[in-house]
Design a protein around this ligand. Structure first.
Ligand SMILES: [Zn+2]
Length: 210
């Protein structure tokens, strides 16, 4: 079992990577990690994720009540709580605004996953788009609810991404792969488009990897 101290270290490292990779700017984004059975650590609202400090991470219970920390938890806390409520195997949640995924989310279309085997193996048949929801309101957990616990990566329409994982690094790798898949797809589109992998080859990947 990881200590609160080591989870905070990991959250700071992941937030810095997200900032350096351009997945968030200024105070955007939020990250949480489930701790033991009934608590979570979550980034505080209004904090710069590239410069995050230990005191910028709050401990709450799984109803969102603050247990320790001076600051206010992220304004998207309800989205994180909804994931932990519906997904028993998930222990970390990352919300970010990576530019290519976010641009695709403006068109309300999903990121295709059937163009390269790696993306298909990682994400299956689709990375769905949750309908537009006003940030920080109960519309957000309502919009993501229908995709839980089946999907570990979602686009949030006109907003950004939500990735989940069995631990924080698992959720971060999923975010990295998702933005990379979106980028490659966009480049292929500019080059004149691409065909998906043939159905029988997808079935073979299913047999081997899913
Ligand atoms: Zn956001």
């Amino acid at each position: 079992m990881l200590s609160i101290k080591s989870i905070k270290k990991d959250i700071i490292a992941v937030c810095r990577l997200m900032y350096e990779k351009g997945y968030i700017s200024a105070t955007d984004g939020n990250v949480s990690v489930r701790f033991q059975k009934h608590e979570m650590l979550i980034t505080a609202t209004g904090t710069h994720k590239g410069l995050l400090k230990e005191e910028d991470i709050i401990v709450t219970d799984l109803e969102g009540n603050r247990i320790s920390g001076q600051k206010k938890p992220s304004s998207e806390i309800m989205m994180h709580l909804k994931v932990y409520e519906k997904c028993k195997g998930i222990s970390a949640v990352i919300h970010a605004h990576p530019p290519i995924c976010t641009a695709i989310s403006l068109t309300n279309s999903s990121i295709p996953t059937t163009f390269t085997p790696e993306v298909y193996i990682s994400f299956g048949r689709k990375i769905p788009v949750a309908r537009y929801a006003t940030p920080s309101t109960s519309e957000v957990p309502e919009a993501i609810s229908e995709f839980l616990p089946d999907f570990k990566a979602l686009l949030l329409a006109r907003h950004g991404t939500l990735t989940m994982g069995k631990n924080l690094w698992d959720a971060f790798y999923r975010l990295e792969k998702m933005e990379n898949a979106a980028h490659v797809f966009l480049l292929a589109k500019h080059l004149g488009g691409a065909e998906p992998i043939a159905e029988e080859k997808l079935k073979l990947l299913d047999q081997l990897f899913h």
